[in-house]
Design a protein around this ligand. Structure first.
Ligand code: SF4
Length: 220
């Protein structure tokens, strides 16, 4: 195999990811922008499967940003406990909802700059919401899976999410950003796994430089 540059690799990745995951989407369940935002906050250090189990009942109880504010923090903590780090997450949800109510009439804003004014919301969460809810190419989702796979495939030499995102935004065409993120999440979750990546059965085996294979953290 001749080593390919990151720029040469991207069209191959997009083609093959497109064939395998034509409708790639984030695997969190949601029906409103607020639900997407809350689910994304809950998904930190937790599997999507577990988050979906919790939000099934949570979203019946909390319909609006004001609903989260009208509830005692201890009660919200109890409601989201199975997702882990629940004190921090309850604080983040109520902090974000406070700003939504005070500055955005309870609605989730549709720009990166506005979303970043919500406490606890960083670029990844904002991209998840903007990419998935409105298909807005605000950037590329870099979660733990995209972080790991991008480094292994030589798409970025950085290890910080914001720096990796910048590298990816330079080489992936903008009209593919909202597809590339969720598709790479699936690739990382099911094939290029943190521990024991399945290179033998990977569709990129012939083109991937397989860098830092031991670098994967033990996550979902
Ligand atoms: S060949 Fe291995 S390291 Fe490269 S993307 Fe596939 S699973 Fe990951």
């Amino acid at each position: 195999m001749t080593a390919k540059s990151a720029t040469e690799l991207v069209p191959i990745l997009l083609n093959r990811l497109g064939e395998k995951y034509p409708n790639a989407r984030y695997e969190l369940d949601w029906t409103t922008p607020l639900e997407m935002l809350v689910a994304t906050i809950l998904a930190a250090q937790c599997t999507d499967v577990r988050v979906n189990k919790v939000t099934k009942t949570l979203f019946q109880k909390y319909k609006t940003a004001q609903d989260y504010l009208d509830t005692k923090t201890a009660e919200l903590e109890e409601d989201i406990k199975p997702t882990g780090t629940y004190k921090q997450k309850a604080k983040a949800i109520q902090g974000a909802c406070k700003v939504l109510v005070e500055k955005f009439q309870g609605d989730v804003p549709q720009t990166m700059d506005e979303l970043l004014t919500l406490p606890g919301v960083a670029r990844k969460t904002a991209n998840v919401v903007l990419n998935n809810v409105w298909n807005i190419p605000s950037g590329i989702i870099v979660d733990t899976h995209v972080n790991r796979t991008s480094q292994r495939m030589g798409l970025s030499q950085n290890d910080k999410p914001d720096a990796i995102e910048k590298d990816l935004m330079k080489i992936v065409p903008k009209d593919r950003w909202t597809f590339f993120g969720p598709a790479m999440v699936l690739h990382g979750r099911y094939t290029c796994t943190a521990r024991g990546p399945k290179c033998g059965e990977c569709m990129f085996n012939d083109v991937c430089p397989k860098l830092n294979l031991d670098s994967g953290k033990d996550d979902e």
